[in-house]
Write a protein that binds this ligand. Sequence first.
Ligand SMILES: Nc1ccn([C@@H]2O[C@H](COP(=O)(O)OP(=O)(O)OP(=O)(O)O)[C@@H](O)[C@H]2O)c(=O)n1
Ligand SMILES: C[C@](O)(CO)[C@H](O)COP(=O)(O)O
Length: 227
Amino acid sequence: MAYIAIIPAAGLGRRMGYNKNKVFIELNKKSIIERTVEKFQNDVNCEGIYLAIREDEAEMLRKKLSGYDKVHGVFIGGKERQDSIYNVLQKIPQCDHVFIHDGARPFITKELLDDIYDNVKMHKAVICGVKVKDTVKKVSGTRVVETLPREELFITHTPQAFDYELIMHAHENARINTLSVTDDSSMVEALGENVHIVESSYNNIKITTREDLVIAESIINREGEDK
Ligand SMILES: Nc1ccn([C@@H]2O[C@H](COP(=O)(O)OP(=O)(O)OP(=O)(O)O)[C@@H](O)[C@H]2O)c(=O)n1
Ligand SMILES: C[C@](O)(CO)[C@H](O)COP(=O)(O)O
């Protein structure tokens, strides 16, 4: 048993406000996307890595990743993240488990990959996240509607791992029902299936805005290059 990794990297990086896709930004002389891919390249349980990228960046990405022999495919993404993942799902070979991980989250650890892998062998859908540290309010306009119970709340990260048949079905169902969501777990939840969560790390940030670049540099400086 092993898993296949799908890495969506076909975004525009609008919130970063950079003149190209943020996954090509270099942190300490190595691009974000290479940092992400190498975590899966180094994981013995990963048997293949498939990426989504924008058409005009596909050649550049293929060249950049030519040294990573587990990269078996670089495909063109879609308008939204879920479209990009769906496009790649159509292309991967049948397998036991699929890990879906944002190209813009380079700080996943081997410990987290192992934890998710152990769990997805028991459950069909496993995600990861961190406990909420602040008090979260539901708001309508400027009016606070409700204070949500913090002990029940997690901030969701990736990887999210699924049984192959289940995630295929979940994506097909989302398309048929024009369900628009921000993570893959939501599509599985929409089928009424159980999704389990394991604890991620606060370092497993998605590099989204410029402030995240400063945090990313500090994680690299603090933890060194082997983490
Ligand atoms: N149509 C899309 C949109 C996003 N992504 C990928 O999904 C991940 C998470 O998305 P996000 O952080 O939102 O990235 P962007 O869409 O690039 O950023 P923004 O929303 O600020 O434009 C990123 O690795 C991004 O490249 C993708 O493959 N296809
Ligand atoms: C999947 C995700 O990273 C979980 O936090 C997140 O929902 C992606 O959202 P984005 O708006 O595409 O960045």
